[in-house]
Design a protein around this ligand. Structure first.
Ligand code: PLP
Length: 357
């Protein structure tokens, strides 16, 4: 298999794919694929419950939180959050650190007064605005932020301490390190980076925040609907849920999220270290806030971008093009991207620099 640096849908662990391959047509002697099972069968319910418990174990999620396995992508959460958490409060606080924050803000504006407490847009999203300068509202329904901006490669290195319930889009960094879930009102993540295949979105929501959805909230957009039905109000994305479960087991075998955190730190330090020591490659993000998951970089001459990508493809280093909105390169180095993959990328970049620098 090639080394895959895609930002999402992203690489999955080899072991998970091979296990899925083995089980694809006949899961545990049942005679059908997981794809062909009723979501209400005892077999699938056991798969779902085990995956949910493993996820809870990995992040030490307390009983005061619901864990929901939903569809609609992280993007649906941009509207589900205000619809469910505003109650009668007309105001929500948002931090703007990049393209995903902006999308969340744009959607929330349909439902409430959005107070953008801080933005790094004038710095081209290359940093996180200093916390002491945030203009917090007196009594917002919640504060939303994006701990890791997948496109700009900007990551918070702390959890903001605010009075309002904290809501975080962890799509591109969930399970990459340990997390004190008790500091949050709600955490959400699209699956297709660190969890499993696309089609699944996980929401962790504190139980006391439920029950405030607006009257006009569609049933399928109401967290309570899903909490009351064990995420089985309708047919859930069964195969994605099953594959996520295999990823959680794999994570446990690796030593859990603290072991992943060490590995992720090492991978990121190697790659940034190489970029910083080169006059040919550059990363624009303030070092303190560089993402451990998504590493954007540019070449000294952008005319070389297409050659770089073609040669990388030939070397089986795939999906290194930056997001279409920003160009340049981006290496996404999620949990399933091994240290060997990062080493191979660095060796390739060094050779390319020698040939073209
Ligand atoms: N939020 C972040 C941080 C993302 O990286 C992405 C997608 O890549 C999204 C939201 C949107 O996710 P989805 O495509 O699942 O709606």
């Amino acid at each position: 298999r090639a080394y895959n640096f895609c930002a999402g849908p992203a690489a999955l662990p080899d072991e998970v794919l091979f296990q899925a391959q083995e089980e694809i047509a006949d899961w545990h002697g049942v005679g059908t694929s997981v794809m062909e099972m009723s979501h209400r069968s005892k077999e699938f319910v056991s798969i779902a419950e085990e995956a949910t418990q493993d996820f809870r174990d990995l992040l030490s999620i307390g009983d005061d939180y619901e864990v929901l396995f939903l569809q609609g992508g992280a993007s649906s959460q941009f509207s589900m959050i205000p619809l469910n958490l505003l109650g009668d409060n007309p105001v929500a606080d948002y931090v703007n650190t990049g393209q995903w924050s902006k999308k969340a803000i744009a959607e929330a504006k349909r439902y409430c007064d959005v107070n953008v407490v801080a933005t790094s847009e004038s710095q081209n999203f290359s940093t996180v605005p200093a916390f002491e300068d945030w203009a917090l509202s007196d009594n917002p329904a919640y504060l939303h932020y994006t701990p890791n901006e997948t496109i700009g490669g900007v990551e918070f290195d702390y959890i903001p301490e605010v009075k309002a319930p904290l809501v975080a889009d962890y799509s591109s960094s969930i399970l990459s390190e340990s997390l004190d879930v008790s500091k949050f009102g709600l955490i959400y993540a699209g699956a297709q980076k660190n969890i499993g295949p696309a089609g699944l979105t996980i929401v962790i929501v504190r139980k006391d925040l439920l029950g405030k959805a607006k009257d006009f909230t569609p049933a399928m957009f109401n967290y309570e609907t899903h909490a009351k039905s064990g995420s089985m109000n309708n047919t859930p994305p069964t195969y994605s849920w099953y594959l996520a479960g295999l990823v959680f087991k794999w994570l446990k075998r690796q030593g859990g999220v603290s072991a992943m955190a060490e590995l992720n730190k090492r991978k990121a330090e190697k790659l940034y270290g190489f970029i910083d020591n080169s006059a040919f490659y550059a990363n624009p993000v303030e070092p303190r806030y560089r993402s451990r998951m998504n590493v954007p970089f540019t070449l000294a001459d952008d005319q070389l971008d297409s050659v770089f990508l073609k040669k990388a493809d030939e070397a089986k280093l795939l999906n290194l093009a930056g997001h279409r909105s920003v160009g340049g390169m981006r290496a996404s180095i999620y949990n399933a991207v091994s240290e060997n993959a990062v080493d191979a990328l660095i060796a390739f970049m060094a050779d390319f620099e020698k040939a073209h620098g």
